[in-house]
Design a protein around this ligand. Structure first.
Ligand code: GDD
Ligand code: MN
Length: 384
């Protein structure tokens, strides 16, 4: 990544100087007429707090030279990262991550370069972050006095609102309390962002960070999204489709590798509930329809459920691990069957002396064995 700046800008004395209180990261693509006013308003908004502005630019127009002109006027405060075309992977999101990675301040504000995000709101984000000891603060168009004035016609508004709702549907816990997960205007603590975990893909970089970096404490500040006065929006139908791809990919990969023991337990419990249903239906079919003796039917139903459980858990819950799939399946089958005598013994006891119907007794046996199975599989098959 080429960091183009007047040589004196990166002079060691300046880079090594006192770190700024805040780094403002501004992704730009063809915003030549906006960057000058933006930089002036950002500096004015922060008053005497030391601020650093990092432009991450993917432009093909005169924007880089416009930014260099600003950097000449404010050499201590303005930096330019200009990405050549091969480095533009990840689009807007990739640019934001590059800017955050380069930030020197403990707090980073990310905002658009077209003045649709009022720079005067930026210090409020910081103040809220500090006051609420949050790790991130989202500027929201949908909270209290927030407004969407500059968002254009009803179609764009509906798409924007709908995509936010969809994200919340996909990540109900992670996005609890966040009214505008689509926002491109937010503040984040530099140490809450782990760039290596991120897979930026277009516009939705805030969502990506909240989900993959597991940012827990999020505050919000309302603001009014303004109209563009110069240049044009780069949002498009392909960007919209990219969003759906991103959202689905994000959800799937989070299900594949929930790193917390809690997430794994929840996945295990969900799969187990479905497995119980599968087991019960199989037992009912084999016992009632095929007329097999109930203990034999229960043994076979357990085999059906084991295969089902393996498919679900292996695909969605556990991290892939080093072993080959058939090897994992072998262990899984063996291990679960090591508990089958216990299962059948329990079933027999509950029917014989507990007076339960075998279908009900089977569910009780499954629940008892489940707890044991969770403990043993996670350590023996997956080594966690
Ligand atoms: N570096 C870089 N690379 N910057 C980009 C790229 C890119 O590929 N694409 C767009 N940008 C810059 C623009 O120059 C602008 O500063 C900012 O990112 C937002 O782009 P716009 O094209 O103006 O987006 P918008 O106004 O339609 O969308 C805004 O509102 C959405 C909510 O409706 C953005 O803030 C979105 O993040 C937000 O979701
Ligand atoms: Mn815009």
């Amino acid at each position: 990544m080429a960091e183009i700046s007047p040589a004196r800008l990166e002079a060691p004395a300046r880079v090594a100087g006192a770190p700024p209180a805040v780094t403002v990261v501004v992704p730009t693509r063809n915003e030549a007429d906006n960057v000058g006013p933006l930089a002036d308003r950002v500096r004015a908004a922060f008053g005497d707090q030391p601020v650093e502005i990092v432009f991450v630019d993917d432009s093909d127009d005169a924007t880089p030279s416009a930014i260099e002109a600003i950097a000449e006027r404010h050499p201590d405060e303005v930096r330019l990262i200009h990405r050549v075309s091969q480095e533009r992977a990840g689009g807007l999101g990739g640019a934001v991550v590059a800017g955050i990675s380069a930030a020197r301040a403990p707090w980073v504000v990310v905002m658009d370069g077209d003045l649709q995000h009022p720079p005067e709101t930026a210090p409020q984000l910081l103040a809220a972050g500090r006051a609420e000891t949050a790790q991130a603060v989202v500027a929201s168009r949908y909270r209290q006095s927030g407004r969407v004035d500059g968002l254009g016609g009803w179609f764009r508004r509906t798409v924007s609102r709908g995509s936010g709702r969809l994200a919340k549907l996909f990540f109900p816990l992670r996005l609890r309390g966040v009214t505008d997960p689509m926002s491109g205007f937010f503040a984040v603590r530099r140490d809450a962002v782990r760039p290596a975990e991120l897979r930026p893909d277009g516009y939705k970089i805030l969502l990506e960070m909240l989900v993959r970096n597991r940012i827990e404490r999020v505050a919000e500040v309302p603001y009014t999204f303004r109209s563009r006065t110069a240049g044009e929006s780069k949002a498009s139908l392909p960007e919209g489709l990219r969003y759906f791809r991103h959202l689905a990919g994000l959800r799937l990969s989070m299900m594949r590798r929930p790193q917390s023991a809690y997430g794994r337990m929840a996945g295990f419990a969900l799969a187990g509930a479905a497995g119980t249903a599968v087991n019960s239906v199989a037992l009912w079919a084999l016992g009632e329809l095929a007329g097999l003796p109930y203990l034999l039917a229960a043994f076979l139903a357990v085999q059906v459920a084991i295969v089902w459980n393996f498919a679900v858990i292996d695909h969605l819950v556990m991290p892939p691990g080093a072993r080959a799939r058939h090897h994992r399946f072998g262990r899984f089958l063996l291990l679960n069957n090591s508990l089958t005598p216990l299962h059948l013994g329990l079933l027999f006891a509950l029917v014989r002396w507990g007076g339960l119907h075998y279908l009900g007794a089977n569910v009780v046996a499954i629940i008892v064995v489940f707890a044991l199975r969770y403990i043993v599989t996670s350590s023996w098959v997956y080594g966690t």
